[in-house]
Design a protein around this ligand. Structure first.
Ligand SMILES: NC(=O)c1ccc[n+]([C@@H]2O[C@H](COP(=O)([O-])OP(=O)(O)OC[C@H]3O[C@@H](n4cnc5c(N)ncnc54)[C@H](O)[C@@H]3O)[C@@H](O)[C@H]2O)c1
Length: 348
């Protein structure tokens, strides 16, 4: 039986345990120093506090001071912490990662390196390993429309594994598949890793359209649909500028994940607050108070930097990205006007 060690006992790390146990892996779940209360609940047999679903049977739990034990003999390591924690956890787990056959990655975000260059997460991880003189196995980027609670509950789910070596993504797509957790394989790591954080940014805009309905009492579905269309176009443009395939944004990592993220989740909820009339900064403070990390906020700023550094010709073309950043900065203009100008077709 192959051993898989998941780093991060949050919603996604724990949710992933369900299909992995079902597909025959020996699953270990390691919690960071922020996860003690989550491990407590799982050990007590209670539902996981984030997914509200009990952990799959047979999962071995490890606390933050047991990282080496959790990694010992692992065939695959899964990075499943919030993107802000990826550099630190990579450094802490580097030895264990280097001994495995693959590193899977569910974390979604961008990461500035020491020189301030914005990197996609797999590149950021490879850079850290290179700097430490450690060689690491292939990275498999995991994305697609996967809500952690539904995955935990064993509901039908489509996902995508992206590795530069297609044979590796195909192999794990076979080995982690269950009747209900079904996996596409791609070699477009870049496309997958662009869509993953960008859809969090654009889900804020979709939430704003829903919030406008709550605030005004009148639906803004037309605006929401135009926003969705624009978001996919921008993910595709940015991805292609960085070497991704166009179709990736139109598949599970783009269209699929944006649909599910725009239905529910923290980025959408944050957007609803803004659409309803709350100021961006105040709404974010309230989300923080509720321990709701809104990954789309840092991702929006980092994406703008990434565009400036690596695809400057797109700076004016990615109008929705620009609009979200204007709103997050606390624009004085009505948000409906800012989003409309960004997503409605221009006068011919
Ligand atoms: N929830 C989902 O449906 C879902 C689906 C696919 C991918 N993801 C991605 O998986 C990653 C984890 O998401 P989640 O839903 O489990 O979030 P979560 O908030 O439930 O858990 C976050 C995890 O990251 C760790 N963490 C947070 N801040 C950290 C820091 N500063 N340093 C080190 N570790 C830190 C926590 O200890 C915890 O293990 C995110 O990047 C998210 O975008 C989530």
């Amino acid at each position: 039986m192959s051993i898989i060690t998941i780093l991060g006992a949050g919603a996604m790390g724990s949710g992933l345990c369900t299909p992995l146990c079902k597909s025959g892996w020996e699953v270990r779940l390691w919690g960071t120093w922020l996860d003690d209360h989550l491990i407590d609940a799982c050990e007590a047999g209670k539902p996981h506090p984030r997914t509200k679903v009990p952990l799959a049977k047979g999962v071995k739990l490890y606390r933050s001071d047991e990282l080496n034990k959790a990694l010992e003999g692992a065939d695959v390591v899964v990075m499943s912490v919030a993107s802000v924690g990826v550099p630190k956890i990579t450094e802490m787990a580097l030895e264990g990662i280097s001994k495995g056959k693959a590193l899977w990655l569910t974390s979604k975000g961008f990461c500035p390196n020491q020189e301030g260059k914005i990197q996609l997460l797999p590149e950021a991880i490879r850079t850290i390993a290179r700097q430490k003189g450690v060689s690491i196995p292939p990275i498999v980027a995991i994305a697609g429309p996967v809500k952690a609670n539904e995955c935990a509950e064993g509901k039908p789910t489509a996902t995508i594994f992206g590795c530069k070596d297609i044979k590796v993504s195909q192999m794990y797509a076979r080995e982690a598949r269950t009747d209900v957790y079904c996996i596409e394989a791609t070699d477009d790591e870049t496309g997958v890793e662009i869509c993953a954080p960008m859809k969090n940014v654009y889900a804020i805009a979709l939430g704003i359209a829903d919030g406008l309905e709550e605030g005004t009492g009148f639906p803004h579905h037309n605006l929401k649909a135009a926003t969705f269309n624009r978001a996919i176009k921008e993910m595709s443009l940015l991805g292609q500028a960085l070497g991704a395939r166009m179709e990736t944004a139109f598949g599970l990592p783009g269209v699929g994940d944006l649909e599910v993220t725009g239905l529910s989740g923290r980025n959408k909820v944050y957007g609803v607050r803004i659409g309803r009339g709350e100021k961006a900064k105040e709404a974010l403070a309230e989300m923080d108070r509720l321990e709701q990390t809104v990954e789309g906020v840092p991702a929006a700023g980092l994406a703008a930097k990434l565009v400036e550094q690596s695809a400057p010709h797109l700076k004016e073309e990615l109008t929705l990205l620009k609009a979200v950043n204007e709103i997050l900065a606390g624009t004085d203009r009505p948000v409906v006007q800012v989003i409309s100008e960004a997503v409605l077709p221009k006068r011919p």
